[in-house]
Each structure stands twice: as C-alpha cells, then as structure tokens.
Design a protein around this ligand. Structure first.
Ligand code: HEM
Length: 685
C-alpha cells in the first residue's frame, strides 16, 4: 500500500522538470490537511475554482498559521495579498490599463519587439529561447507600459528573481536557509522600492504618457494612492508582468517542440496560436500554486478548515483534472480549453491575462513562422530552481534557419512560401531516407525479441515509424504491427515500403493523440529514434496504458560513435564544416562505442516500467562519396545549407574519398537498446 501523498513530495528535485505524476497523486488525494490542519491542499478543479471565489478565502497570506515573521518581505501594499476593500480600491485604479481592448493596441509593438529578438537570434545563429525571446519580450513590454527604462533591466533582474523566488513554499529548508531567503527577498524589495521612489520623483516633476504617470494622477472615488501603495503596485506589476509570461512562452515553445505534430498544425494554420496558448496554460501552467488563508471554517470540498489554515491551491493540478478535461495528459492545441485556472479566478483573477495572452500568442506565431526545422537540445534543457513559478531557464534549440521578417503585408506570404519549400524538401527526403539511413543490425532485433519474450504473431505498436526502416525487419519476422506516423509524406512512404505485409498497418497519427480500437492491447510498444519527440510525462503513461499486463516497452536509436581507431576521414571533415561556418552541423564527437548514455533511469524514473535491460550495439558501414552525400541529404541541417556551403562540403567529400584506394569511408554507428517490463500497477494507484 503506497503511503498517502504529502505536499512536500513536490520538493523532490525530479518533480521540477515533471511535477505531473506528483500533482496527479495530490489531486486525487485532495482535499486533505497536513500539520494538524494548519496546511490544506486542494488540487481538484471544482474545489480550487470554488475556493478562489469564496469570500472566506483571504489573500492575506502573511496571517496564516504557517506564516513566519521572516516570510514578510516589506510593508509595501501589494494588492495581490490584500482583501476587500483595499484590494478592490487598488485594483480598480490600474485595471483600465489592462483591459483586452487597451492591450490590443500594443499588438504592433509586441510584434516589432518579437521580430527584433528573432532577428538578433538569426544574426548569432543560436537560439536559447529563454534569454533570447521568452524573457526579454515581456520585460521590454511591461517596462515600456509602466514607463521604466528597459535598459535598467540588468539592475532589477536580480531583485525580481529574488522576489519571485520568495513566493515559493519554503519546504525542506533549515531555519537559517529560510531566513537567508527571506533576507534576500527583503533586500530585493528595499532596492526595488528605492528604485521606484526615485523614478516616481522624476515623473512627479514631469509627467509622461505611461502607466506610472497615470497612477500618479489617478483618482478613483476621490482616492489617490499613497506613495507606499504606488511603489507596491509598481513592483507587483513589473514582477508579475514578466516572470510568469516568460514561463508561459517557454513552456509553450517546449510543448510544441515535444509535439512536432502540433507545431506542424500551427505552422500550417497560424490561427491556432491562441488555442496553443490556452492549451499550454492548461497543460503546463507557469504558476503551480496559489495561496489562501482560510477564515470562518471555510470548506474545501467536504473538508472543513481550521481557522487561519494555509490553503495551497494547485492550478497546475486542476489543468489535468480528468473530470473536466478528457485525456488531460494529451497536449492538443485544438482542444479549446478555456476553463483552466492558470490565471486564477474570482476577485483576484490575473489582471494581466489579456497582456500575457497577447504576448505569448505573438511569440509563438512568429516562432512557428520564422524558425525552420527547430529541434530541442534535450541535454541542455534546465529548469529554474523555483517550484512555484515553474518553467525552463535554459531551452536551447537547433534549427535550420530563422527567416527574415518582412513588412507586415508580406510576412504571411513569406511564411507560407517557407513552409511550402520545406514541405517539398521533405517529400524528396522521404523517398531518399529509406535508402540512405543506416539499417539496424539483425542482432539488435534478435535481442529485442528475446528480451521482450515475443512469440510469432505478437502484436506490436510502433511509435513514429518514419518510412518503416525499423518496421520491416520485424514485419519480416511475422509480427502484427500498428505503425503510428504523424507526417503525411513519411506515412505514405511507409505504406509503400510495407505494402507486402497484411498484418502491418500504418496510421497517420501522433502517438499522443491516438487511441487503439476498444480493448486492443499490445505485447510491445517500441520506438526507434522517435521516442525523444514524445513528452516523457505522457509517453510512458500512454505506453503503459496501451500494453497488456506483462507487455514491454523498447526504445533505441542510431547515432554515430567514434572508436579511438576510427576513420580519420570524419575528423578531417570537421575542419571543412568549420571553414564553411557550419561547425554546428558537423557530428558531435561525443560517444565511444558501448558508451552511449544509459536510458534506464529515464525509463524507470517514470514509475510505469521496471526491470530495464540495456544492450549496446555498434556496427560499421562503408560509404562511397555519393552514398555518404545521400545520407547527409536526409538531414534537414544539410538540406537547408546555403548552396555555396553545401557545394564546398560535398566537393571536399568527393575529393578526399577519390584520393583513397577503395574510395570509401568507414563510419561506425551505435545504438543503445532499452527493453523494460510494464509495471503491474499504475504508479498513482
Ligand atoms: C502567463 C502569465 C501569467 C500568469 C500565469 C499569471 C497568473 C496569475 C495568477 C494565478 C494570479 C492570481 C493570484 C491570486 O489569486 O492570488 C494572478 C494575479 C495577478 N496577475 Fe498575473 N499572471 C500572468 C501574467 C501577468 C501579467 C502580464 C501581469 C501584469 C502586467 C499580471 C499581473 C497580475 C496582477 C496585478 C495580479 C493580482 C490581481 C489581484 O490580486 O487582484 N499577471 N496572476
């Protein structure tokens, strides 16, 4: 019998990148109380929605039973932590600036800043999404709106980060650590306050057309803001206005990269961008927890709270509540998920929601239209160490190019032309791919069959079959295979290549969106290469669901490996890539044969699989110049090279191999085959 979940399970470092299994357990157990009723957890959509609208749910978090003196940074009234009537009065004074209609006027400016940021990334040839797009876009817009010089960002980035950090629950910290964190938040708030007092003095002397000047002159019901209220509101708007939106943009781009089928849909129809933003808010909310303090025996579902209990509301858990969202772990930008609680609800619902939605929509529209063939650098993905504001702080991409932004009238035409060009190149690739990409060795299939205990006639589900390269050897061994492939051209090619097998069916669908016919379950779910495209939070769970009890999951992929005595031809080629300014396109000299990264921990960490066996294989293929060039022509990075670069590279390959006696280069490939058994019980049960 697994122990009941506790809120502090969220502090497990593994939960930072993927808190959803823990959130699911907390939601299912909720509402429940910890610490003698001083701490209450709510994760169900219905409960969280009701508490957010309950007048007995106070926002004065500093007065809850668990609040310590050190948790209060500074006596600056921030209306997110006030109740009526002060909350109502302060909110009303700034709410006009954030209505959907006022914010819509900012669209051209937001688009111009986005274009500028992507132009800068194009010039450097690198894109780390957080520092080059997701963060600077909302910072610049909220600074311009408030009337804060955006160049001062370097000064206040640290203060903002410290304040954002202080919002997270202080679990697992020693008293000294908690005090140190509170001290740094207090120092940040003091510096922020001094900064704004100076700026307010400048504006008082000469008003400008910005929100700060509006607030200085604002009168509502004859009521002006005091200087402290003004400073507190400025800090709130500045911090809330970018820390969260940066998270939304990064989470949206990450989800799209992990669901290339969805990114392709968006590329084909930019009108889906608003839906993609809503779906990200539901699927991967940037704010994990909203705090409340319970008064007057407030109820959370059927639980009656202790007076002043701290209530942790979990919007990120409500977004995956199956009572409200069918198939909640599936990321589907066409879902139309309007009723998520990522922006809260009730009197404190996010004031900046229209602005955040607009910025995120434009950022992902431009991203999808301008960044060609983007791929996530999985190894470089890192999350910021903040449990509550949850999003990556490093999200590196490789890409074929960033097309230039044209004038507003031609931007759409340009994006369309670019998409069509890629589609055409992909058609040619699909035909060549099957011939050129390396076949896996027969021993790999023998090991797979024996480790997974497959008998003739076993039913297999292949995730992302491409052209059917890894399907064919298994089809030839007589297995019944359902192959999922989201790309239309690849699926077509796979159908052609597998036409001879009556028991093999290619379905043009993404694994994340597909469901088997009622009752159909598989003996093996496998993916060659394609597994890294699948959101791990979803992939392992779906594989578990579609396998019969005792079934197996298997993943592998081929990468170049470099033995100490490897063919020097490839090292020589590295210099050519550097000379033509395409060093990033060359092979990474990372792995020796037999030393490919261990995939066991990723598989078992999911909780859905156990008993993983990993076998490493390596094999050699000799290539003539034309064969090697045909292989390179199947990589989007090489297809999209400038003609001059490609001519020089291919010319050099031909020249160097022609000078060799056999005219060939020996290339070594490696694959780590992982085979794991389906856990007998669902990890959440
Ligand atoms: C994706 C981006 C954003 C998310 C996920 C988000 C989330 C939230 C949430 C959950 C609340 C409710 C807090 C509570 O009930 O205690 C909130 C409140 C608030 N947000 Fe946002 N926010 C975002 C962007 C913004 C932006 C761009 C601004 C301003 C420019 C902003 C300003 C505010 C303010 C002022 C409040 C306090 C409202 C009140 O207490 O009445 N937010 N936000």
């Amino acid at each position: 019998m697994p122990r009941p979940p506790e809120f502090k399970d969220l502090t497990d470092p593994a939960a930072l990148a993927d808190p959803y299994p823990v959130l699911a357990r907390l939601r299912e157990a909720s509402p429940f109380a910890e610490s003698d009723g001083a701490f209450v957890v709510a994760g169900r959509h219905a409960d969280v929605s009701a508490v957010l609208r309950d007048p007995d749910a106070s926002s004065e978090r500093g007065t809850s039973l668990i609040a310590t003196q050190s948790a209060r940074p500074l006596e600056l009234p921030s209306f997110v932590t006030l109740d009526a009537p002060d909350h109502t009065r302060l909110r009303r004074l700034v709410s006009k600036a954030f209505t959907a209609r006022t914010v819509a006027r900012l669209e051209p400016r937001i688009r111009a800043v986005t274009d500028e940021l992507l132009d800068a990334a194009a010039a450097t040839g690198q894109l780390e999404v957080v520092s080059q797009l997701a963060y600077p876009l909302p910072v610049r817009i909220i600074c311009e709106l408030l009337g804060v010089p955006a160049d001062d960002y370097q000064r206040f980035a640290g203060w903002s980060g410290a304040l954002a950090h202080s919002l997270q629950p202080q679990f697992g910290l020693t008293e000294e650590e908690a005090e140190a964190s509170a001290r740094s938040a207090r120092a940040a708030a003091a510096e922020f306050a001094a900064y704004f007092r100076e700026l307010i003095a400048v504006r008082r002397a000469r008003l400008a057309t910005d929100l700060l000047s509006d607030m200085i002159t604002a009168e509502s019901d004859g009521d002006k803001l005091t200087e402290n209220e003004l400073v507190g509101t400025c800090i709130l708007l500045l911090v809330a206005g970018h820390e969260t939106t940066a998270g939304l943009i990064a989470n949206a781009i990450l989800a799209l990269l992990r669901h290339p089928g969805q990114l392709a849909l968006l590329g084909a129809d930019p009108g889906l961008a608003a839906g993609a933003v809503e779906e990200t808010l539901r699927y991967d909310a940037p704010v994990l927890m909203i705090p409340r303090t319970a008064r007057n025996g407030m109820r959370v579902g059927n639980l009656v709270t202790r007076d002043s209990a701290f209530v942790a509301l979990l919007p990120a858990a409500t977004g995956r509540d199956p009572d409200v969202f069918p198939n909640p772990d599936i990321f589907d930008i066409r879902r139309g998920a309007a009723n998520h609680l990522a922006f809260g609800a009730g009197p404190h619902s996010c004031l900046g929601a229209p602005l955040a939605r607009l910025e995120a929509r434009i950022a992902i529209e431009e991203f999808a239209a301008r960044v060609t063939a983007p791929e996530l650098d999985v190894g470089a993905l890192r999350y910021r160490p903040n449990l509550n504001l949850r999003s990556p702080d490093r999200l590196v991409l490789t890409f074929a190019g960033i097309t230039s932004a044209r004038g507003a009238e031609t931007a759409d035409d340009h994006a369309r032309a670019d998409r069509d060009r890629l589609k055409v190149t992909f058609d040619t690739v699909a035909d060549r791919y099957h011939q050129a990409r390396p076949a896996y060795p027969e021993q790999l299939y023998d090991a797979l069959i024996s480790l997974a205990g497959l008998r003739p006639g076993a039913r297999l589900l292949e995730v992302g079959c491409g052209t059917g390269k890894a399907t064919l050897p298994l089809a030839e061994r007589g297995f019944a295979i359902t192959c999922l492939e989201p790309g239309a051209h690849l699926a077509q090619a796979a159908r052609r290549n597998l036409a001879a097998f009556d028991d093999v069916h290619v379905v043009e669908q993404a694994f994340e969106r597909w469901e088997p016919p009622a009752g159909e379950r598989f003996d093996l779910v496998y993916a060659a290469t394609a597994w890294h495209w699948i959101d791990p939070a979803l992939g392992y769970q779906l594989a578990w669901r579609w396998l019969r009890p005792g079934g197996h999951l298997s993943v592998w992929g081929a990468v170049p490996v470099f033995p100490g005595d490897g063919d020097p031809f490839f090292r020589g080629l590295q210099e050519v890539y550097e000379e033509i300014g395409a060093a990033g396109q060359a092979d990474a000299w990372r792995f020796a044969p037999g030393e490919l990264p261990d995939i066991r921990s990723a598989i078992e960490g999911s909780g859905f699989f156990a008993g993983t066996v990993v076998r490493q294989f390596d094999w050699e293929i000799s290539y003539t110049a034309e064969e090697y060039i045909a292989l390179l022509d199947t990589f989007s990075s090489h297809i999209d090279m400038a003609d001059a670069q490609r001519d020089r590279l291919y010319g050099e390959i031909r020249r160097r191999l022609a000078a060799r006696p056999g005219g060939q280069a020996r290339r070594r490939w490696g694959a780590a085959l992982g085979v794991a058994r389906r856990a007998d019980t669902h990890p959440a049960s």
